[in-house]
Design a protein around this ligand. Sequence first.
Ligand SMILES: [Zn+2]
Length: 309
Amino acid sequence: MKAEVVKGWPRNNAIRILLKDTDSSQVNAIRRALISDVPKLAITRVNITQGVVENDGQIMESVNVLPDEVLAHRLAMIPIPTFTDDNIYFTENCEECMYKADTEKGCQQCQIIYSLNVQGPASDSEQQTVTVYAEDLTTVSDQKYDILEEHKRIPLTILSKGQYLELYALARMGRGGAHQKWCPVSGVGFRPLQKAVLNKPKKADVLFSLGLKTSDGKDINAKLFGSNKTIDDINHVFDLEKALHQVGPGTGREADFDDAITMETVEGSYVLSYETDGSYDPKTAFNLAMDELASRFDSIASDLDKAFA
Ligand SMILES: [Zn+2]
């Protein structure tokens, strides 16, 4: 199998990868590895302070509109930046913590600590509520684990007058197979590589006259097909496929268009596309998925060797 990033990608956290000399079951194995096997950090334990405190004469209580479980879930789903070269251990494999009781597990080598302390509006404030955002989490560990800019405005809950929220949150390594919070990707899909062929240039005018454009701003017209009357550019093929819905069944243009442009499948090649949640860049996520697959097959091979020895 050969893999190459499609020209013009990644865009932010999204990527398209062309996979050649392969079949759908192999590509699906990568898809599944991305979803459930690539390890990443996510908040998995939250310690919420309970009680009543006095602040400048105002009595504050540790309550808010959300039950603790819901709050814990919201915290868990915030993408935590993860670095492959940091060697943060899984807590169950951490030498320090392996043999400790569950409640005592967790050390510098296997968890990242965040704290959060937000109070509702002051009693004389006109403001009725304060919104708690992901950015209110501060890293007690290394600052590189700070919540990313793009996720800072994820709202967690709101606090009214006389309410406060104080907590410690622990992020640990895990895999998407155990819980969605450890899944680094979304919208993972793949499809056979296709090329678009212009069969009937005159009838294709039904589409061309609509004035549609490709995602990079080029006009969808006969020129796009070039002299060999085909489009190989993967991004343009995706754009064209979308555009063909305008002349497809139910549009009233189907008969006039008369399959003037058809899509041809390229055997053995697939386009894999997905987006990461920001915990990894999409290339790193792909490489980690391949590592996970490789180690899995290595262990199957050695198990088979043992079984047949
Ligand atoms: Zn540990």
